[in-house]
Design a protein around this ligand. Structure first.
Ligand code: HEC
Ligand code: HEC
Length: 325
């Protein structure tokens, strides 16, 4: 998709803004991505698994090693650190409000959270664990056997592990951000500068892609952040998807830096500045980007937009490491 001329942008954004604002206002809760009968029990079990280093081959790394609760379930690094401290090529995503995505990972290669969970467990440079071996290992722990029985009516299974992790992730919902309160009618929830930022966010066309309840359209775009990673192109095999990545949610974004799939930018100011100026127009392989730099815009607009982005920080559930069985 080509980015639009400023005039067109303003009209489309306005239509979208109203629809999107209505959609946002309705999202008091995020639907759980997984519904199994003992959902609560499954989520409690999933929490244990999430924090348990037994999930990795050498029993040293858990999901929480990279997705730290106090960092909005990111690691705060440019790119993740895998097994033996090896730097991986992508930035660790936050796990808040996952129910609002239609595909997971920066390149959208997993369609469900259940499917997603096995990727880091199996990956040689991440948790490096064989799924069958994991089932054997957990089956030797009476506390787990009992909890699988109570949540799923079975022993430890691969399906159960994935469902429990997904159920736990489904509870990681943030609520009641200043922007949500503003949309619900509390005009004082946003400062004047943040309100100006919300206006500029629409006017600059950010809302074309960052729309809907989580401020993402769940589509993939080539912004020209970097041309080393094939992104969505490696999944679909289509040249037009090369170097394209999923639009990230902007909920809680003030807590999830560094930003972009490769952690290129440390601050939100730098991200907005990138949109305003520094996008190259074509990659080495001749592909144009899905976005035109907003050259006409003034740098004085950056601070209000960042204030608006700050207002998307909600109240997060308090998750502390459980005592493992
Ligand atoms: C070595 C660090 C590391 C570990 C360990 C790890 N992750 Fe991740 N996680 C990442 C990175 C990096 C990404 C983005 C990868 C990509 O897009 O290719 C990610 C992405 C995700 C996503 C997708 C989020 C989205 O917005 O689409 C989910 C869900 C997730 N991880 C859950 C888990 C679970 C559950 C575990 C444990 C079974 C786990 N992760 C273990 C680093 C890690
Ligand atoms: C053409 C669609 C599109 C438009 C327009 C757009 N974005 Fe984005 N945004 C994306 C995509 C795709 C990414 C991820 C790019 C990557 O990682 O390479 C992104 C990333 C971001 C991030 C980083 C989030 C994170 O978790 O790393 C922020 C912040 C952001 N955009 C804000 C904005 C603002 C502010 C505007 C308007 C000035 C804007 N976006 C316009 C699609 C868009």
């Amino acid at each position: 998709m080509k980015f639009l001329s400023p005039r067109l942008t303003a009209t489309t954004a306005l239509g979208c803004a109203l629809a999107c604002a209505a959609a946002l206002a309705q999202t008091a809760t995020v639907p759980s991505p997984s519904d199994n009968s003992g959902a609560t029990k499954a989520a409690a079990l999933g929490k244990l698994l999430f924090f348990d280093p037994r999930l990795s081959g050498d029993n040293k790394m858990s999901c929480a090693t990279c997705h730290e609760p106090e960092k909005a379930f990111t690691d705060g690094l440019k790119t993740a650190k895998g097994a033996a401290g090896k730097s991986l090529k992508r930035n660790t995503q936050s796990l808040f409000n996952l129910g609002l995505y239609s595909a997971y990972f920066w390149d959208g290669r997993a369609n469900t959270l259940e499917e997603q969970a096995w990727a880091p467990i199996r990956a040689a440079d991440e948790m490096n664990q064989d799924p069958d071996e994991l089932v054997r290992e957990l089956s030797a722990v009476p506390g787990y056997v009992q909890q699988f029985q109570s949540a799923f009516g079975t022993g430890v299974t691969k399906e159960g592990i994935a469902s429990a992790l997904a159920a736990f992730e489904g509870t990681l919902i943030t609520r009641n951000s200043p922007f949500d309160r503003f949309l619900a009618g509390d005009k004082s929830a946003l400062s004047e500068e943040a309100r100006e930022g919300w206006h500029l966010f629409q006017d600059a066309g950010c809302i074309r892609c960052h729309s809907g309840p989580a401020l993402t359209d769940n589509k993939f775009y080539r912004l020209g952040v970097d041309y080393r990673d094939p992104g969505r192109g490696a999944i679909t095999g289509n040249k037009r998807d090369m170097h394209a990545f999923r639009t990230p949610s902007l909920r809680d974004v003030a807590r999830t830096g560094p930003y972009m799939h490769d952690g290129s930018f440390d601050t939100l100011e730098q991200v907005v500045q990138f949109y305003f100026r520094s996008t190259p127009s074509a990659s080495a392989d001749g592909l144009t980007i899905d976005f035109e730099p907003l050259m006409g815009r003034s740098f004085s607009e950056i601070a209000p937009i960042v204030m608006f982005l700050d207002s998307l920080t909600g109240e997060a559930p308090e998750i502390s490491p459980p005592r493992l069985p």
